[in-house]
Design a protein around this ligand. Structure first.
Ligand code: FAD
Length: 493
């Protein structure tokens, strides 16, 4: 069935497939530029990975728990002539994370931590990487990196050896930091893009630098509020959202794109922006846009990690923990070997715990704790629900013994009935349309997979673009917003 969908008012018709944050940001920017924009979202609600759960008086974010580079979010609202603070209240966390080791050592990622001489040395190194390459990487697709370089920043070329080397993040950390615990703390930043610290290029030293420079922020009402606010604003600027609408196929006819939805209705557009995981879309509804060898090449690199996410409502407060807490494993190398080499869940995983009621008391009943646990998991792991639950229960039961000084209870057993829920890689794959539930597409394990990710514009197909965490510049809230800026600027009619 064919449905004409082109405007006759001089505006261009654009479809964004996916109401993840990157998709909605691109839609908003294009609507503000005067185009007629539809967003097709297969799920019933916007936000993609920015989801939340509410139960028994508790609220949990199910996706991101930390926002950095808040100015990128501010800029999106400014594009629409709005002040972000009229839509979202951000709170800077005094400590981005509290780290625990089994021997009782605790470190807070706060201002005194960043000022430690060894840490400051590492940050100074990373600042050089940012000065040389940050602007290019974050604001231009690789083919246009040269645009970021002018005679004014020629002096930054002295930082070239910090970028042009074959070191890994782990090796770079070791050059600056002697304390094994602080090394482990910095190595963890590789997991911000789902990667292995001993395989991630040293250039990613900029991740902790960015967190130190721009801070770690929480959004009052929860991180899902970001998606909800961008959705409301996009609607207010004329973007039309079609929920429960899945793109099923695509083809080019003349200068137009024909996209078919699940009901078999084909609509015509001047431009298409795909917010689905590129790896998955290229094998699915966009298969006609890729040659067979390109599809195979997209699937060759290692996938980034997925996660087991667990929500638990406790009737009491936990001692010692922070808004974000990390309980480190005693053998980080073994943990990553399990995740990336054996592709299994680690026996003794590092456990991430977020308790947002520490900042926003409304997130738990009085005296209670809204515990969100995250354990890295290999993408595409296919454990049965019973095996997954047994693993989570085992990890929770082991924590008190692994961290004897923290007086932790068995979180799984102590949780209020009905509040326990586990989200698996298979759940993420289904919900987000991502390959194997990988959170960021390719793992950043080489210069190519880190810096030459699947491009935002399809070569040879005019006005077919990609936005979001699996394309350039990468995953995470600020990066998908930057990806949206780049795409919106490059939809060339
Ligand atoms: C557990 C977890 C923790 C995280 N922690 C952080 C953090 O602390 N800080 C941070 O900055 N980032 C974090 N991230 C990453 C961040 O959430 C993502 O990088 C970002 O939200 C991805 O946005 P996106 O634009 O790529 O779209 P996605 O969120 O991937 O959304 C894509 C959308 O496309 C839709 N879709 C897919 N296929 C189709 C189709 N064929 N038709 C129609 N619709 C389709 C999907 O349903 C989905 O809504 C985390 C992610 C997860 C899951």
């Amino acid at each position: 069935m064919f449905k004409p969908n082109r405007s006759n008012q001089g505006k261009k018709a654009v479809v964004v497939v996916g109401a993840g944050l990157g998709g909605m940001a691109a839609a908003l920017r294009l609507a503000c530029a005067g185009h007629r924009v539809e967003v097709w979202e297969k799920n019933a609600a916007p936000g993609g990975k920015l989801q939340e759960r509410r139960e028994a008086g508790f609220r949990w974010d199910l996706g991101p728990s930390l926002l950095t580079m808040p100015h990128v979010l501010d800029a999106l609202f400014a594009t629409a002539g709005e002040k972000r603070e009229d839509w979202l209240t951000l709170e800077r966390l005094p400590s981005a994370c509290r780290y625990f080791w089994g021997d009782g050592t605790t470190l807070d990622e706060d201002a005194p931590f960043w000022a430690r001489p060894d840490v400051a040395r590492f940050l100074a190194h990373a600042e050089g990487i940012d000065a040389l390459s940050g602007e290019a990487f974050l604001h231009y697709p690789p083919a246009e990196f040269w645009r970021a370089f002018t005679w004014r920043n020629l002096a930054h070329l002295r930082h070239l050896p910090k970028v042009m080397n074959c070191r890994t993040l782990e090796e770079e950390i070791a050059r600056h930091i002697a304390d094994p615990k602080v090394r482990q703390l910095f190595a963890r930043f590789a997991t911000y893009n789902g990667s292995h610290p001993a395989r991630t290029p040293a250039t990613f030293s900029i991740i902790p630098y960015i967190e130190a420079r721009y801070g770690a922020w929480y959004v009052r009402g929860g991180m899902a509020a970001i998606g909800a606010a961008v959705h409301r604003l996009a609607e207010a600027r004329g973007v039309r959202f079609r929920f429960g609408t899945e793109a099923r196929s695509w083809r080019k006819e003349g200068g137009e794109h024909l996209v078919e939805d699940g009901a078999g209705t084909a609509s015509r557009f001047d431009a298409v922006i795909c917010n689905q995981d590129v790896l998955q879309a290229s094998q699915g509804w966009l298969r006609a846009a890729f040659a067979e060898r390109e599809k195979a090449a997209l699937l060759r690199p290692a996938l980034s990690t997925s996660a087991l996410v667990v929500t638990l409502g406790l009737a009491r407060r936990l001692p010692h923990i922070g808004h974000h807490s990390i309980f480190f494993s005693s053998d980080y190398a073994a943990e990553f070997a399990a995740l990336f080499d054996r592709k299994t869940l680690p026996e003794e995983p590092t456990v991430y715990l977020a308790s947002t009621c520490r900042t926003d008391p409304a997130d738990a009943p009085p005296g209670g704790e809204n515990v969100f646990l995250l354990v890295n998991a290999p993408a595409a792991s296919a454990l049965s629900p019973a095996e997954t639950e047994a693993y989570v229960a085992r990890v929770c039961a082991a924590l008190p013994g692994r961290f004897p000084r923290l007086a932790l209870p068995d979180l799984w057993r102590e949780a209020i009935p009905g509040t326990r829920q586990i989200f698996t890689p298979a759940d993420f794959a289904r919900r987000d349309g991502s390959r194997g539930g990988a959170l960021y597409g390719w793992a950043s394990h080489s210069l190519r997979t880190a810096f030459l990710r699947p491009p935002i514009s399809r070569r040879g197909v005019a006005r077919l673009h990609f936005v979001g965490g699996t394309t350039h510049p990468g995953g995470g809230i600020p990066l998908v917003l930057l990806s949206a800026n780049m795409v919106a600027e490059r939809v060339d009619f």
